[in-house]
Write a protein that binds this ligand. Structure first.
Ligand SMILES: [Zn+2]
Length: 77
């Protein structure tokens, strides 16, 4: 069985499905057996979802497209 420390260290890879299949399975098994780690992973996941700055930034092209579409919708004065 994985150690709690390993779960904490690899939480990010686990949630990103970056671990090997067997590792992922052992991880899940640990979470079933260990309520501390299960709670840690839940909180880690919530934190990941709540931090938009961890997502890649919009490119200049995307920003321009959005700004153009706003201009199109704005009432002309
Ligand atoms: Zn644990």
């Amino acid at each position: 069985m994985l150690k709690c420390r390993e779960v904490v260290n690899e939480a990010d890879q686990f949630l990103s499905y970056d671990l090997s299949r067997s590792r992922q399975w052992r991880f899940k098994f640990h979470l079933l057996m260990c309520k501390h780690c299960a709670r840690y992973i839940r909180q880690f996941q919530a934190l990941k979802n709540a931090t938009p700055f961890m997502h890649p930034k919009a490119s200049d092209k995307e920003v321009t497209r959005v700004m153009d579409s706003i201009d199109d919708q704005a009432p002309s004065l």
